[in-house]
Design a protein around this ligand. Sequence first.
Ligand code: SAM
Ligand code: SF4
Length: 336
Amino acid sequence: MTIHASTPPKLIDQFGRQVDYIRLSITDRCDFRCQYCMSEDMTFLPRDEVLSLEECARIVRAFVQLGVTKVRITGGEPLVRKNALWLFEEVGQLEGLEELVLTTNGSQLVKNASALKHAGVKRINISLDSLNAERFKQITRIGNLEQVLDGLQAAIAVGFDGIKLNTVLMRGINDDEAEDLVSFAIQHNIDISFIEEMPLGDVSHIRDSTFVSNSDTLKRLQSKHSLIASTHTSGGPARYWQVANTATKIGFISPHSHNFCESCNRVRISCKGELFLCLGQDDKVELMPLLREHPDDDTPLKEAILNSMNIKPKGHDFDLKRATPAVVRFMSHTGG
Ligand code: SAM
Ligand code: SF4
C-alpha cells in the first residue's frame, strides 16, 4: 500500500482487526535472569545491532501517525537502558498518543518513578513472582526483592493512574503464592495479573513441567475471595475479576486456556527493529534497514508497516509439550 491521502490509512489486518497498540522492546539486556524468560548465560546483542533511542522514537512516531494510540515500552529491562528517560519524554509528547505505559521489573523505579510520571507514563506493570526474598532470588537468579518492593513503593508514592503486578506462576516453584500475592495487591490497592508461562526461547526446563493453568489459579482464588467477573479491559488480552469490596482487579492472561488472538490489536517491535506481527509466530518485517537507508524520510518505514498488516497471522502456535520451542526467541528479545 502507498501513502497518498491527507488522512493516513489505519492499520487494519486481513482479518479486520485494527492494530492500535504497540509494544516496543528497547533493550534485550536485563539485570535479572528470570527462569521462565532467560537462560542462565545469555548472550546479548552488540550495541550497533540494537535500535538507537532516536530510531525507537522514529518508529513510535510513525505508528502513532498511522493510528496507534497506546504504546508500551518494555524489554529486557527498559530502565537499564542508558538515557531511557529521553525516549519516554519524546514519546510522551506525541500528538495522537493516548496512553504511554511501561512494563518493568521494578528494580530501577526508586530513581526513575517520578521522572517517568512527568514524561507522561500513565500506567506501570511491575513483575513480581514471589514475596519471599530467597525464592525471589531463585526465580530471578540475581534479583533483589527488597529493591523491587522499594521501587513499587516509589511508584505508589508518585501516583500513577494504574499500577499492576505481573506474575508468572510456575508449578512447584511459586504456585503456592497466588493467594499471598493477591492479598499483597489488595493491601496496596493495586491490580495483579497472572500470565501463563509461554514457550518462548530455550530455557533450562521443559515448559510443561512448570506450567500452571490460569483456570486452576482462578479456582483457588475463588475459594478464598469473592470475585466478580468484570467487563474491564486494559486494551490487552487479560480477562479481569474484581475482588469484592476492594480496589483490586485480578487479570488472567491465558494464551493456553483462553486463546485471545481473535481480538488481537497489537504488534511488537524488538530491540533490533524487527516488527513481529504475533508474539507466538515468526512472521516479521525488518524495520532497521529502512530507518538507516532513509534517515530523513519516514515514507518507506510507514509503507512497510502498512504492508505488514497483510502478513499478521490469525493466531499463535504455542505447544507446551515441545522439547524445543516453535518460537526460539526469548520474551526479553521480542518485548513482553
Ligand atoms: N523486564 C520487564 C519485566 O520483567 O517486567 C519487562 C520485560 S518482561 C519480558 C515482560 C513480561 O513478560 C514480564 O511480566 C514477564 O514476567 C513476562 N514473561 C517473560 N517471559 C515469559 C514467558 N516465557 N512466559 C510468560 N511470561 C513471560
Ligand atoms: Fe528480565 Fe523481565 Fe525477563 Fe525477568 S522477565 S529476565 S526481569 S526481562
